[in-house]
Write a protein that binds this ligand. Sequence first.
Ligand code: ZN
Length: 134
Amino acid sequence: MKITEVRVVLNSSAGESKLKAYCTITLDNKFVVTGLKLVQSVTDLFLAMPSRKFMVRCVSCQAKNVIIAKYCNWCGKVLPECPLLTPKQIHYDICHPISNELRLEWQAHVVNEYNKALLEFKRSLESQEKSTAG
Ligand SMILES: [Zn+2]
């Protein structure tokens, strides 16, 4: 499967956040993967796969709540305290490439499009500054 389109939406609060962009990839003009996130790691940009948070059921009303919630969103009862969890223990991937080689290929495409989008954004800011200054 070849990547036929990459869409990148810059995170507007990226200055403070490690989350730099939201991304969508189209494969062979036939299959779309949404919910990808470009995250700044210590060394470089990392493409995070679409994910969801683990849920737990409220013992009182049986409604589903995110695993780190302290109170039920539906009935307000206190939920059992969960042990300290890392972000990896709170989220699970909905889908992902099986090989690291493919994941790195996707990441390279997305980082390339991210850099283009960032450059375009900076240019638009510069042209705005020129038009307001002059
Ligand atoms: Zn409840």
